[in-house]
Design a protein around this ligand. Structure first.
Ligand SMILES: *Cc1c(COP(=O)(O)O)cnc(C)c1O
Length: 394
């Protein structure tokens, strides 16, 4: 296996382990445990003298293939596959903390991530300060002697703002903190947080990596030392392991990741332009457009736009609902990264539990709509939007 392969090749061949049958497609090893040739072999394995498998909660062949393929793509030394994105994120944060520690996190986080740092961690005596991730002075001011973790996502959900990852990584290094980046929205193709100086990257594989709406999954990636010292024991003993069936589904999904993300991004860029020119929209936020408020940071740290578009309808909630209801190809769902185009109204769904004030801080208004573009023919999507926008009163 060559580390020099380009991503599309790595994602088809990377990490493949073939059994004695020489199967083309990766095998699913649905087994809880493993047998040993003799007592001495069992003893050696438990001593760590050979790297065979022991128990599926610790690791297993199909999961291993998925982890190795993700490591190649991300440029990480090691990884652990988890049952969901939230299992990955909770493990990545909590595995390294103890009572008395402090987290600094960007406040624009996926809702459940925000709950982990804002509500769960303090129950264990771990304080958390939420900052405006775009404001470097905010990060710096929040640092305390006991700050151990920095956490952010970029671009953010749902308003697609970006955080300068390299600059925040430098502050984390100065503070002696570990920077954990949730890279779901960027995808592993368009942004490499480890190269930008982050220490740990987490994904919900449920999104673009599966990309076909089938199963949940997550992954934590870092260098070998961080995984050995922080995640290894936590992962083994607290048990967030991914099902081998889901690891297999995700291995198949990841083969087509570059093809899907390319088509989704092309579709998103075209729809962003159509919306911006429609006269019905107050604001379009698309990381691939020159009018994105942080276009210079995007040029520095991302190699592609986004499969998502955020926009604000001029007529507020009524117009947002009318648009969503008038669309035909695009369906209403809170998921993202899927082969099917999905649209959601954050204020009444994914972000409904936040206070009005917290929503306003994140730039979510009653007119905000988030679109996740699928792999449909872009012409059909454009026609669908053009027709639905026409239905709305000007
Ligand atoms: C979906 C998502 C998660 C959570 O992942 P699950 O697989 O649903 O547990 C975390 N962060 C971001 C940015 C997401 O989009």
């Amino acid at each position: 296996m060559s580390k020099k392969w380009r991503p599309a090749t790595q994602l088809v061949h990377g990490g493949t382990l073939r059994s004695q049958y020489g199967e083309v497609s990766e095998a699913i090893f649905l087994t809880q445990g493993f047998v040993y040739d003799n007592s001495a072999a069992a003893e050696a394995r438990f001593k760590g003298e050979d790297d065979g498998f022991i128990y599926a909660r610790y690791g297993s062949p199909t999961n291993d293939m998925f982890e190795k393929r993700m490591c190649m793509l991300e440029g990480a030394e090691d990884a652990r596959a988890t049952a969901s994105g939230m299992a990955a994120i909770t493990a990545a944060i909590m595995c390294q903390l103890k009572t008395g520690d402090h987290i600094v996190a960007a406040r624009a986080l996926f809702g459940s991530c925000r709950w982990v740092v804002e509500t769960l961690a303090p129950r264990y005596g771990i304080d958390c300060t939420l900052v405006d991730g775009r404001d470097l002075a905010n990060w710096e001011e929040a640092i305390r002697p006991n700050t151990k973790v920095f956490f952010l996502e970029s671009p953010t959900n749902p308003t697609l703002e970006v955080v300068d990852i390299a600059a925040v990584a430098r502050l984390a290094d100065q503070a002696g903190a570990t920077l954990v980046v949730d890279n779901v929205f960027a995808t592993p193709l368009f942004q490499k947080p480890l190269e930008l100086g982050a220490h740990v990257v987490v994904y919900s594989a449920t999104k673009h990596i599966d990309g076909q709406g089938r199963c949940l999954g997550g992954v934590v990636l870092s260098n070998k030392e961080w995984i050995d010292e922080n995640l290894h024991d936590y992962f083994r003993h607290s048990g967030p392991a991914m099902s081998p069936f889901n690891a297999w589904t995700l291995l198949k999904g990841i083969e087509t990741l570059p093809l899907r993300v390319k088509q989704q991004t092309e579709n998103a860029a075209r729809i962003a332009d159509l919306l911006a020119d429609s006269g019905k929209v107050a604001r379009v936020i698309y990381p691939g457009r020159a009018d994105h408020p942080q276009a210079s940071i995007i040029a520095k740290q991302m190699t592609g736009g986004s499969t998502l578009v955020a926009f604000e309808m001029k007529g507020g909630k009524d117009a947002a609902f009318a648009l969503q209801d008038a669309l035909d190809v695009v369906t209403i769902s809170n998921n993202l990264g899927d082969a099917k185009s999905l649209i959601t109204h954050p204020a009444t769904t994914t972000h409904k539990n936040l206070s009005d004030e917290a929503r306003a801080e994140l730039g979510i208004t009653d007119g905000t709509v988030r679109l996740s573009c699928g792999i449909e023919d872009g012409d059909d999507l454009l026609e669908d939007f053009a027709r639905a926008l026409d239905v709305l009163k000007a």
